[in-house]
Design a protein around this ligand. Structure first.
Ligand code: BGP
Length: 484
């Protein structure tokens, strides 16, 4: 089947406010989980995402430092967004994915009225995005859970968060009606099992039933997503609400049947449970079996389950960075890193400097797998790989490795569309301008087409420099993918 690539394809770039904006307490905003995350190097090795506890939160609240808490300063996008968007628009982006901050809009999370200064910032940000002909795609919650809601409610483990989130969404969807048509409810909702504080504000304080708390909090998010999807369509029938997972594509390590069984289990409980729940199929049988085995009892109601069935997402969003392997017996397998989750190494694949294995074929496999299961539009909301770039004395940055990575993955995506017949509506490459890494809070791990002269400790001119890959992506978009 050879289909032409869709002419209206949404080529773009994606950022997260909590990794770019800085201005962590400006204009009324209150503290969020990412601003508790310290940057740390031990023996020149970056320490992975630290464990967030009520103690580390209390320590961070007492410490105004913005050097060792890099997400408090980001790349100062809160003040540089006009210049940065002008540079990004120079590539001819059709779509720009960004995120709202709950702690800006409702600093206490549950106060009666929203913070008008926050809405004024987003008014101008969204108007600026649109002024360059870019479609804004806005993530409502992107790893920046408000500390206030952690302390007062225990995050999403409290059912009252459903109403608070619905109120937050109603303010945004009514304010930006007609300006924002693409929404994502929760960034990488399946990260919640790995990073409960970051995504749901559910902090492990040694509770015996912590896993059950995470699944209960997730269930509240599924209910909230269904309600907000229904509300979005009522506010503006043009709204398209996407769900999103970080796709942990996994292969059986060998053709041993036990390895295939393990890969099936991992795919279901790391990926499909979340997407099934957000696409009209709550509590699928395989999840109920898992809960029975683990003694997990969720507080649900038939009315809520019916709301979930009746309000599936309009499109399936995914981030794709790397793939992994599963095996019945993993005792002999070598571990490597992957997006937040550690992964077992695939001997057939190279990796970047952080151990994230590079697998463009896996993207084509994943797109087919998802289209086959959900039979609705897919949107690649993040794809890229971190690299160590060098700013040359003449202000250039030569990054052929970035072009190689993106070219291979875009080729795979285009084959899924034109040869396999998968319906993909957009591709927003992750991090089109260098920002703070989510998992390690470092700057050294760069993604951008635009280099930001700032090191891990915030030192540098903060000037922006165009990398070679910027011109490649510009020409790719101008040719709608022909100039790969
Ligand atoms: C995803 C997040 C993004 C981004 C990406 C890259 O999990 O949605 O916010 O950070 O990971 O990961 P990192 O920044 O850790 O390299």
């Amino acid at each position: 089947m050879s289909k032409t690539f869709p002419s209206h394809f949404l080529w773009g770039g994606a950022l997260a406010g909590c990794q770019a904006e800085g201005a962590w307490l400006e204009d009324g905003k209150t503290m969020t989980i990412p601003e508790v995350m310290k940057f740390g190097k031990v023996d020149h090795k970056v320490t992975r995402q630290m464990k967030i506890t009520m103690e580390t939160i209390a320590e961070a609240e007492a410490d105004p430092d913005t050097v060792k808490y890099p997400k408090r300063r980001g790349i100062d996008f809160y003040h540089t967004y006009k210049q940065d968007l002008a540079l990004l628009a120079g590539m001819g982006l059709k779509c720009f994915r960004y995120s709202f901050s709950w702690a800006r809009v409702f600093p206490q999370g549950d106060q009666p009225e929203p913070n008008e200064k926050a809405l004024a910032f987003y008014d101008d940000l969204i108007d600026t995005i649109r002024s360059y002909g870019m479609e804004p795609l806005m993530t409502i919650s992107h790893f920046d859970f408000p500390i206030y809601l952690v302390k007062k409610y225990g995050g999403w483990s409290d059912r009252r968060l459903i109403d608070l989130y619905e109120k937050y969404c109603r303010v945004l969807m009514e304010r930006y009606k007609g300006k924002v048509r693409y929404w994502v409810t929760f960034n990488e909702i399946n990260m919640s099992l790995k990073a409960g504080p970051k995504t749901m504000g559910v902090v492990d304080q040694g509770q015996p039933n912590y896993e059950e708390m995470l699944f209960q909090a997730l269930y509240h998010q599924f209910v909230a997503a269904a309600r907000v999807t229904k509300m979005a369509h009522q506010i503006d029938p043009e709204n398209k609400i996407g769900c999103m997972v970080a796709y942990f594509t996994t292969y059986p390590y060998t053709c041993k049947p036990e390895d295939s069984l393990a890969a099936q289990f991992d795919d279901r409980m790391k990926n499909l449970y979340f997407l099934d729940s957000l696409n009209g199929r709550p509590l699928p049988y395989y999840a109920r079996a898992y809960f029975d085995q683990k003694g997990i009892h969720l507080q649900t109601s038939e009315a809520e389950l019916e709301e979930i069935r009746q309000n599936p997402a309009d499109f399936v969003g995914l981030s794709y960075y790397n793939s992994m392997v599963s095996a019945g017996d993993t005792s002999q397998l070598e571990l490597t890193n992957g997006n937040v989750a550690s992964a077992y190494k695939n001997p057939y694949l190279p990796a970047n400097a952080w151990g994230w294995q590079i697998d463009p074929v896996g993207l084509r496999y994943t797109l087919n797998h998802l289209y086959d299961r959900y039979n609705k539009s897919l949107f690649i909301l993040e794809n890229s790989s971190g690299f160590m770039d060098t700013l040359e004395p003449d202000g250039t940055v030569h990054d052929p490795y970035r072009v190689d990575f993106l070219r291979a993955h875009i080729q795979a995506m285009m084959k899924a569309v034109t040869e396999d017949g998968v319906d993909v509506i957009g591709y927003t490459m992750w991090g089109p301008i260098d920002i703070i890494s989510s998992s390690t809070s470092e700057m050294t791990k760069r993604y951008g087409f635009i280099y930001v002269d700032q090191d891990d400790y915030g030192n540098g001119s903060k000037k922006r420099y165009i990398k070679d890959s910027y011109y490649w992506y510009r020409d790719l978009i101008a040719s709608n993918g022909a100039n790969l």
